[in-house]
Design a protein around this ligand. Structure first.
Ligand code: SF4
Length: 418
């Protein structure tokens, strides 16, 4: 039975849009290019989120819709075709081109699917062009990855061979470590999605067992299931508890003896618990409020309560997939208030009333809350940091201990008098 009390809320939202996920996806697949079809606002968002210099030649860009396009005075489809051809002439190393829709391209109804189909016919397999939406009208920032992966599924070949498919972007070093652990279990046929090269897509079919690394891949997992894969229902690999259950689920699916699992994981768990100890000291008994942004909130709350001793005031999530989250909800303490959706003003009122020690939130809310003396942690840091797996548990805890530590130091500093 779930320990959580589930509530729903709608109203004004304060979240990043799906374009943000380009920042980690372009690093994962260096042979791909992400072309946002959007406005100058979209271009600014990507550049500031990625922290790149304007003169660098990154693997993403924006085809800027000018006022003439937005007013319907120019044929935006023709303009886009021209921009894509210029780009591909200049960057012959691009193997996959993602055309990423935005709020403006959706408002003026540019049919990116049709543009992609036309370009694919013209390019005859030299470059694969696919499209998805990163628009902020309907999506939050992690759903951008869901859209991009979903768009890649139809390009995957079919296989019925037994294999483990790890789904969701991870830091390469973390992924290597996880694959090594599964190798010790004796699971050898392991693939990742997204792959490290966009053209190296894994095959999929009836023998595929999928382990999700991220809780925001609802659409992608639906597509993978439709292709015959089995989605293993488990917790997410954050912290010792979640990572252990995640790995044990894979072990069970591949008939690995429990004794092998224990012998492999016990030393890692002992090391992780030792590394976690100083952070537990700092986090224990502190009140935590998670505002909805990344869909990582529920596994994070579970880790911060069960392993670090924090008290949960409220756990917000922009979207709750009850089936995918069942195991995580069951691990939350009885009575935890989980709120799906957002009414930012009401949530901020509840934050102020409950005087939390730490609020996990989007960057847009962090500064105003800090100005009111409330410590914050940006949700977006969780997707840029290597936090998955038993080995990373202490690093994950440290991300939350840091703002509390900083506040402590600042409160001890006395103003200088002359
Ligand atoms: S896609 Fe929408 S929300 Fe995102 S930067 Fe562009 S205009 Fe803003």
């Amino acid at each position: 039975m779930s320990g959580a009390t589930l509530l729903k809320e709608t109203g004004p939202r304060e979240v990043f849009c799906g374009l943000t996920s380009i920042v980690w996806l372009h690093r994962r697949m260096p042979d791909a290019f992400f072309l946002v079809v959007g406005s100058r606002t979209c271009a600014h968002l990507i550049q500031s989120a990625a922290g790149v210099m304007i003169f660098a030649e990154p693997r993403f860009g924006t085809a800027i819709l000018e006022e003439r396009d937005l007013a319907g005075l120019a044929d935006a489809h023709d303009e886009l075709n021209r921009v894509v051809k210029d780009l591909l002439d200049r960057r012959p190393e691009i193997r996959t081109l993602f055309l990423v829709g935005s709020c403006p391209s959706e408002v003026i109804k540019i049919d990116l699917l049709r543009v992609a189909e036309k370009l694919n016919n013209e390019l005859r397999g030299k470059v694969t062009v696919i499209n998805y939406s990163g628009s902020g009208i309907e999506t939050t920032f992690t759903q951008g990855e869901d859209g991009a992966l979903k768009a890649l599924v139809p390009l995957m070949q079919t296989t019925n061979k037994e294999q483990l498919l790890i789904v969701g972007t991870l830091a390469n070093a973390v992924e290597d470590r996880l694959i090594k652990i599964f190798g010790k279990f004796g699971i050898e046929n392991i693939h990742s999605f997204p792959p490290r090269n966009s053209t190296n897509l894994p095959s999929i079919g009836l023998g595929t067992k999928v382990l999700l690394t991220q809780p925001y891949l609802t659409e992608t997992s639906r597509e993978l299931k439709d292709r015959g894969a089995e989605i293993l229902q488990t917790s997410f690999p954050l912290g010792v508890e979640g990572s252990r259950k995640w790995m044990e689920t894979a072990a069970k699916a591949f008939h690995v003896p429990q004794s092998t699992v224990d012998a492999t994981l016990e030393p890692l768990i002992a090391r992780a618990q030792k590394a976690l100890a100083p952070f537990i000291e700092q986090l224990k008994g502190k009140k935590l409020f998670l505002l909805p942004e990344s869909q990582l909130e529920i596994p994070l709350a579970r880790f911060l309560h069960n392993e670090c001793g924090m008290d949960l005031i409220e756990v917000g999530t922009p979207y709750l997939n009850r089936e995918m989250m069942k195991q995580e909800l069951d691990l939350l303490p009885i009575g935890t208030q989980v709120v799906e959706g957002q009414h930012v003003e009401k949530q901020l009122d509840r934050v102020r009333e409950s005087s939390p020690d730490l609020v996990v939130c989007g960057m847009g809310l962090a500064n105003p809350l800090e100005a009111e003396g409330i410590s914050t942690k940006w949700s977006i840091e969780m997707v840029f940091s290597p936090i998955h797996g038993i080995d990373q548990a202490a690093d994950l805890a440290e991300l939350f201990a840091r703002p509390l530590h900083r506040k402590n130091i600042l409160s001890q500093k006395k103003p200088q008098t002359t």
